[in-house]
Design a protein around this ligand. Structure first.
Ligand code: SF4
Ligand code: SF4
Length: 148
């Protein structure tokens, strides 16, 4: 009885020696993340029209926007903070953004020592990159009105 069970167990163990390995040797091996992966956030400040739709669409009041009006009465972004400690990672803010200024990144190593460090100041920490697209031009009068 005991011998039969042992042989059965050994057969299962030996069988797994030849299986395809599923364990990733992280951090030496980096994961191949899917295109729709939701990591952290990045904001293309040059593209943002300070419309506030991302903040209005957020169910958890995560996003705080500051803006001023320029000489043409057009809103200009002056601050963009995300209290990501409250974020649900639902993606409503990214979906709501008309010029696609707010985007997901594939950053996933987001552990920090201090709780406050988890929150993001996307305006203060913005670094223009060649990948950033140009500011969106309003397509019609409705867009122009929304942007101002
Ligand atoms: S992902 Fe959801 S909860 Fe997080 S900031 Fe965007 S809308 Fe708010
Ligand atoms: S929805 Fe987009 S364009 Fe409007 S304030 Fe948010 S990030 Fe800026």
């Amino acid at each position: 009885m005991f011998g039969k069970g042992l042989i059965k167990g050994l057969k299962i163990t030996m069988g797994h020696f030849f299986d395809k390995k599923v364990t990733e040797q992280y951090p030496e091996e980096r994961p191949n993340l899917p295109p729709a992966f939701k990591g952290s956030f990045k904001l293309n400040v040059a593209k943002c029209i300070a419309c506030g739709l991302c903040a209005n669409g957020c169910p958890n009041n995560v996003i705080k926007i500051e803006s001023v009006k320029d000489e043409n009465n057009k809103k200009k972004l002056t601050g963009y903070k995300m209290m990501t400690e409250r974020c649900l990672y639902c993606g409503f803010c990214v979906e709501a953004c008309p010029p696609k200024a707010l985007q997901w990144t594939k950053d996933f190593e987001l552990a920090v020592h201090l709780r406050d460090d988890v929150n993001l100041d996307l305006f203060a920490n913005y670094t223009p990159s060649p990948d950033d697209e140009k500011p969106a031009e309003p397509k019609n009068e409705e867009d122009s009105a929304q942007a101002s």
